[in-house]
Every structure is written in C-alpha cells, then in structure tokens.
Ligand binder design. Structure first.
Ligand SMILES: [Zn+2]
Length: 224
C-alpha cells in the first residue's frame, strides 16, 4: 500500500460518511522516540510524523495509528478494528523492547515491590531517573517500556520511591482500556489496587510533602 492509500484508507474506515478534505502525508523521523508519532495540521494539510520503527510494522496496524492520530486532532471519538489492533500492538510492545537502562537503585526497589505486590510477575522495564520535574513525578512509557522517576526523588525515602514505582508498575500490569472512544489509564480497578500499597493514605501525604519541599505542585503524573 502506498502512503497516500494508507492515509485515505484510515480516513475512510474511521469516518465512512465524511469527505476527506485533507492533503496528508507521512514522514518518518529519526528524532522521535521509538514508536512515537504525532500529527500537525496547517490549513488543510496534515503531516503525520512517525518514528522510524513504524516503517517496519504492517499496514493494518499503521492504519490504526493514523486513525488514533486523526481522532486526536479532530477531537472526535471512535473505534475501529484497526484502532483495536493498534492498542494491542502498543500493549505488547514491551516484549520486543530492549532493556538498555536499569538504574541500580531503582531496579533494587522495583524488585522488592515486584516481590511484595506482584508475586514477581512483572518483567523489569527500563528504569531511569528523569529531569528535576515537579509536574511529572513519575511516568510509564508503553512505547519504550520505561519507568522514569523525577530526580527530585533521588534522595527521598525508599518507601516514597517504591510507592511511585508501584503506581507506574500498575500501569505496566493493567495497561489501559479503551471504550467509548476514550482511553482510561486510572480505572476503578487501578485505584483499588493502588490503595493496597502498605500505608497508602500516609504515602500520599509523604509524597505531597516531599514534592512540595521542591515547591508547591499538583499531584500530576502523566503517562504515555
Ligand atoms: Zn498514573
């Protein structure tokens, strides 16, 4: 399938009753992180930037990706067989992802949390310290199977770091659910499991305190 066909097919299957008035193209970029992608709109032009890894994936998955981006940029909701395929592709990416960065301290804490709460059932992802971010305390990136913890926690109590890891490990375990055109990362099940961390209410408070020592901030953790 040619690139133009992939785009027009994506549009047609997603919005069967609409005319595709866009002039669109796909650009592969070495600057994006593995399996990341974005779309930019200028007038009636759409430019889909895909990381290089997408060159090797099948067209049906790629159509799902393009549809996912079309939904994001149009603010519309919708699901197709292709977006389902794309979701499960992303959910399974961790198996194919190289583990190149496992920081010693984070790995030791990960292993302890894995044993205590997950029966050692989780495969260790990449584990790294991020920037000194106060807005993003920790993240889990499905595309690279990486947990990143803000460097403001480097000297924090181990239980605080473990709690952050636990939250991100729940993301790795539960993945995300898509329904109604919405992606849910913090499901009811997620929130229930989160409370099972030892001393949970106290942990939330400790976390806030530690973070506020690095100036006031919200309890915001972004994923993806
Ligand atoms: Zn989260």
């Amino acid at each position: 399938m040619l690139q133009e066909e992939i785009i027009s097919e994506s549009f047609k299957r997603l919005f069967p009753n609409e005319n595709n008035g866009y002039e669109a193209r796909i650009k592969y970029s070495g600057k994006l992180k593995p399996y990341n992608a974005n779309v930019r709109k200028a007038g009636n032009k759409l430019i889909f930037s895909l990381s290089r890894e997408w060159q090797k994936t099948g067209n049906e998955i790629k159509i799902g990706l393009i549809q996912d981006l079309l939904l994001k940029i149009s603010g519309k909701k919708g699901r197709t067989a292709n977006t389902e395929l794309y979701d499960s592709f992303i959910k399974n990416l961790h198996m194919a992802t190289a583990k190149t960065e496992q920081e010693e301290k984070l790995l030791a804490l990960f292993n302890a949390v894995n044993e205590k709460y997950f029966n050692n059932s989780l495969e260790a992802p990449n584990l790294r310290w991020g920037m000194q971010s106060k807005a993003r305390l920790a993240t889990y990136d499905y595309h690279t199977d990486t947990i990143t913890v803000s460097s403001i926690f480097r000297e924090a109590e181990e239980s605080v770091i473990s709690y952050l890891l636990y939250h991100e490990m729940l993301h790795k375990k539960l993945k995300f659910s898509s329904g109604n055109g919405r992606t849910i990362h913090h499901s009811i099940q997620f929130r229930e499991l989160e409370k099972q961390f030892e001393n949970h209410p106290h942990m939330e408070e400790k976390l806030r305190k530690h973070a506020s020592r690095h100036r006031r901030m919200g309890w915001l953790r972004n994923i993806l």
